[in-house]
Design a protein around this ligand. Sequence first.
Ligand SMILES: Cc1cc2nc3c(=O)[nH]c(=O)nc-3n(C[C@H](O)[C@H](O)[C@H](O)COP(=O)(O)OP(=O)(O)OC[C@H]3O[C@@H](n4cnc5c(N)ncnc54)[C@H](O)[C@@H]3O)c2cc1C
Length: 538
Amino acid sequence: MKTYDAIVVGAGHNGLTTAAFLAKAGLDVVCVEKNDYIGGATVSRNLYKDWLYSNCSYVCSLLRPEIYRSLELHKHGLQVTPYGGSVTFMENGDYYGSYHDPEAAYREDVRFSRKDADAHKNYSADTMRQCRLIRDFLLRTAPDPTSFKPRDLLELIRIGGKINEMGEDRIYETIRFWTMSVAEYLDEFFETDVIKTALSASGIIGTALGIHSPGTAYVLLHHYMGDVDGNVGSWGFARGGTGAVANAIAGAFQAEGGELRTEAGVDKFIVRNGKAAGVALDNGDDIRANVVVSAMDVKRTFLTCMDKSDLPEKFLKRVENFKIRGSSGKINIALDGLPTFPALPEGSPLYLADMHFTDSMERMERAYDDWKDGTWSKDPYIDMTIPTTNDPTMAPPGKHFMSCFIQYCPRQIDGRDWTQEDKDGFQKSVFDQISNYSPDFKDLVLHAEVRTPQDIENEIGITEGNIFHGELTMDQLMFNRPVPGYAQYRSPIGGLYMCGSSNHPGGGIMGAPGANAAREILGDLKRPNTVPENFGDD
Ligand SMILES: Cc1cc2nc3c(=O)[nH]c(=O)nc-3n(C[C@H](O)[C@H](O)[C@H](O)COP(=O)(O)OP(=O)(O)OC[C@H]3O[C@@H](n4cnc5c(N)ncnc54)[C@H](O)[C@@H]3O)c2cc1C
């Protein structure tokens, strides 16, 4: 039987990134994927006629430019174009728009409060400072603060230097920022409810937390720290949907001689004498390699695909305690035409923006109360985009694809699995919400794919369908992600590595966990490093 140099389990974008950098170093690599398509949560799927749905992730910003350039993803068809601003529709018939153009943005804030318009500059500067700090950590392995290894000590000194450069006041502010709630943070800048509401959403998207929960200010950074073409904080659409990202990375992997096998689900990791020896597939086949890399989340990796007897008890306990909670749903819709939004002036650039329908902090928190009560939000927060206003390739001419990301939506309803009736009720709450602001919306719907956390878990294998493979709270970040003592992509099993979003620096279409894992593996194998350094572009 052939023995590979490395097996990567899971062809999501992180698994593919690890596989591509290992193959680039000359390793003989196979990437195995349980589904008959690749991409995991970074996928475009043709589920209705000629429509292409980005049926999980839908917008791009976080993908590290170093990875993009190093793997030459443009040569494999990846093109990301920015889209314009966002809008929050209000119950009183007005709307709050957020524009890229600074003058338009200032004028819009002034419509609500001159004080807030002035405060917005300070807010943007403050969050950008936090982004600069965190961006520097993304393509680096988090140092272990308990280690005396020279590399950990040197990295700790480097980080200490960075923090020291910030000066006394900013150090205090940064520690507050990393631990406070997004609502408290926004209260320090703004007085207008709808402005705070519009900004607060980035603190709770993808989390099982509310805007008043400690730690949600930090989550803002996961929505601000990326860039499109160097514009930090911008978001864009991948042409052809987010599957174009995974397809391009897969193209780079295959161009280096990598082998991709779909419909090859892993049942168990094979462990011999405490070391990884390969994988046993669901179909009964075994594949051999001394390096095995899991791109699945940490719970699925160690609680489902391992014999517990192979793992230390303390480690297992920590994996069990790692928080991965389903909190978000998705509805993908084929539209017969572009819906109208009477609150917007005709020809408004906000027709190209992402759209929201929650206009108060009270409504935002109440949406979370429903999740705590074990059901979907009856007045949901929706992040709605129409990618075809930017990329006509995703639907037939004149038709549109609408993507609705919905907060909050639990993994179980009142402690039991979802029924079709529940799914219909969830869809109704979303459709009613949109049609309150767009009277022709419902008539334009040709097809809708409703995805609960349970569906996402079943299809992609992410525990509870949590979009980040685990909450992004301080107790689960940096050297604590996913497990203290195992935050450098290694595991208690020799030769078994982790490269998915449960690892530093977390979820989103970023590629950083995948690239960092590849660097560590190549270091252990004493192979030349193919993973790019941080550009240090700030
Ligand atoms: C609904 C939704 C919306 C999102 N929206 C955005 C967004 O707009 N922008 C953004 O940046 N991020 C978004 N995210 C987050 C982002 O998509 C994920 O964090 C990221 O794609 C995870 O990538 P990954 O490679 O780490 O893991 P995954 O994409 O989860 O990949 C894991 C892979 O492993 C495979 N697998 C699982 N079990 C097995 C097995 N036993 N054997 C073999 N293969 C297996 C899966 O099929 C999958 O292909 C969203 C996520 C979701 C779910």
